[in-house]
Design a protein around this ligand. Structure first.
Ligand SMILES: NC(=O)C1=CN([C@@H]2O[C@H](COP(=O)(O)OP(=O)(O)OC[C@H]3O[C@@H](n4cnc5c(N)ncnc54)[C@H](OP(=O)(O)O)[C@@H]3O)[C@@H](O)[C@H]2O)C=CC1
Ligand SMILES: O=C1O[C@H](COP(=O)(O)O)[C@@H](O)[C@H](O)[C@H]1O
Length: 503
């Protein structure tokens, strides 16, 4: 890997502490950082290099997935870290930073390859990109990359404006938009589905009845009232993570559109049937949690959370029915739902297969349909649920492991994504056209929310969301598949007899 400098805006913040430093540490242990590598942490706090290193060390001891941290290795890792006090709006601070970076590159004899990571609030994105260009930080004779966190805009016009501003300082090929769901191991595995054994493939060689994408969380708004009460579930999860999952499954399920190209997710988005705000109420359910019980403990309703106004009409839950109008997916509803304070933490995609299977039996006649289940978190697995031919019509489905990874060895999303950004591999980052198409689909929904064309439905904390979300599926004779698969056949973690993909 080429020598490079990692320039981290927001180095004193929460994301850096919980995700970025632990990820860098794992990459260091795995020899996945360049031999010549420096990190410049930036923020307004008057930290010295020593204070910065002490904070990075604390973060690794607290958040790293490695249990035994060896002092010697950690100290070697920390040598790469330096701090530069910088206020995003102060031009002089960038000039000072440039001098520090150049002097370090010179000392190491390293080329000026610079990765700028914006782990700061979105209000700083434009200013920082502008100052990187103006100061000369971004015009050295090496590569430059911009890694940018969500949220990318607040709606379609603001996302377009942000993109226009960023593109004054960086080419599209230099911008790496993070969606951490694309770094999750099972999502990355979707790309390799076509290599799965034909014995399993044949179980899904039949009509697809529907696709369900769920990201349910047990946590509430936590300490993020200021951000979340403006964003809601629609901006926080739906516009980005959920639509990215839709694009991934629509693109990578064997037989589906675009399997030949790893960068064709936008085809799926382009083929999404657009919604008009007047009809949005028939396709979108919006909810807000009230008080309830989670894991046996009483929890407050959303409007009683710290920092949330008692009259807030913000959404903490959204469910939607979408259709992709192309040759493969036509007629197959995609159901998406995400919410806070739900019954359990689970991110999963379920592909439900249609009425007639290869044996000619019909799900409608009482036989459980085959399901292809992607457990994206907290447990990672791909399984096929299937009632074997010859079992009684009401027989219990067996669960066939398609891919059951050794969970202890799975990389964290940020490890994979930071590694890819250092390599310059854009595969699992979000392209501008995908962002724009996602906002385009969501924009009428935002307007329908604002104009109260879609009712805000209460749901009890600890439930599966408003009843209307079940009704959305029931209209077409479907229901949410909520249970995790029980593995049979004595299969264990790390085993997958139906998948010949190298781990
Ligand atoms: N935390 C998380 O789990 C996630 C966060 N994100 C995104 O990541 C980004 C960072 O989030 P998070 O770490 O939680 O935020 P924090 O509020 O914890 O940190 C914000 C950082 O920005 C810096 N900062 C604030 N104002 C300025 C300024 N004027 N000039 C320079 N630096 C400034 C702060 O440093 P200082 O105070 O020293 O100036 C601090 O390091 C946001 O865009 C967020 O949406 C995305 C997904 C998850
Ligand atoms: O981006 C976000 O994601 C988290 C959920 O992420 P997960 O990896 O735990 O599934 C969510 O809690 C947060 O509100 C949102 O900003």
């Amino acid at each position: 890997m080429e020598a490079s400098t990692f320039i981290l805006f927001g180095a004193t913040g929460d994301l850096a502490k919980r995700k970025i430093y632990p990820a860098l540490y794992t990459l260091f242990l795995d020899n996945k950082l360049p031999d010549s590598f420096s990190v410049f942490g930036l923020g307004r706090r008057e930290w010295s290099d020593e204070t910065f290193r002490a904070n990075v060390e604390r973060s690794i001891r607290e958040f790293s997935r490695h249990e035994a941290i060896q002092d010697e290795q950690l100290n070697e890792f920390l040598e790469a870290f330096r701090f530069c006090i910088l206020d995003a709006g102060r031009k002089d601070d960038y000039v000072k930073l440039l001098r520090m970076v150049e002097s370090r590159e010179e000392a190491l004899g390293a080329p000026p390859n610079r990765l700028f990571y914006l782990s700061v609030g979105p209000e700083f994105f434009e200013t920082i990109a502008f100052q990187i260009r103006e100061s000369g930080l971004g015009s050295a004779n090496g590569w430059k990359r911009l890694v940018i966190e969500k949220p990318f805009g607040h709606d379609l016009p603001s996302a377009r404006e942000l993109n226009r501003k960023l593109s004054e300082a960086f080419e599209e090929s230099e911008i790496f938009r993070i969606d951490h769901y694309l770094g999750k191991p099972i999502v990355q595995r979707l790309e390799e589905l076509r290599e799965i054994d034909s014995s399993v493939r044949e179980l899904w060689n039949r009509p697809i009845a529907n696709v369900q994408i769920t990201a349910s969380e047990t946590v509430g708004v936590e300490e993020r009232a200021g951000y979340y009460d403006q964003a809601g579930a629609v901006r926080d999860m739906f516009q980005n993570h959920m639509l990215q999952l839709l694009m991934m499954v629509a693109t990578h399920l064997p037989g589906a559109v675009g399997v030949s190209s790893e960068r064709s997710k936008k085809q799926a988005m382009e083929s999404l049937r657009p919604l008009h705000k007047q009809e949005a109420g028939a396709f979108v359910i919006r909810g807000q949690y009230g008080e309830g019980t989670i894991s046996g403990k009483p929890v407050a309703g959303y409007t009683s959370e710290p920092g949330i106004a008692p009259q807030s009409a913000n959404d903490t839950f959204i469910a939607a029915k979408l259709r992709i109008e192309d040759d493969f997916w036509s007629g197959v509803p995609f159901y998406i739902r995400t919410g806070k304070r739900m019954k359990r933490k689970s991110t999963r995609i379920v592909v439900e297969f249609g009425e007639t299977d290869l044996s000619g039996l019909s799900a409608a006649a009482g036989k459980a349909p085959n399901l292809l289940v992607f457990e994206i978190g907290p447990n990672d697995a791909i399984t096929m649920q299937h009632v074997p031919t010859g079992s009684p019509q009401t027989g219990k489905p067996e669960t066939i492991p398609v891919y059951i990874p050794d969970r202890g060895s799975l990389p964290e999303a940020y490890e994979s994504l930071i590694y890819d950004a250092l390599l310059g591999d854009p595969t699992f980052f979000v392209r501008w056209d995908e962002v724009e198409l996602s906002w385009q689909w969501v924009q009428p929904v935002l307007e329908a929310f604002e104009q109260q064309l879609i009712p805000l439905r209460p749901y009890a904390a600890g439930s599966n969301g408003p009843d209307a979300s079940d009704a959305l599926l029931a209209e077409e004779g479907h229901h949410w598949w909520d249970n995790e698969p029980e593995l049979q056949n004595g299969s264990k973690e790390g085993e997958s007899y139906a998948c010949h993909v190298n781990h």
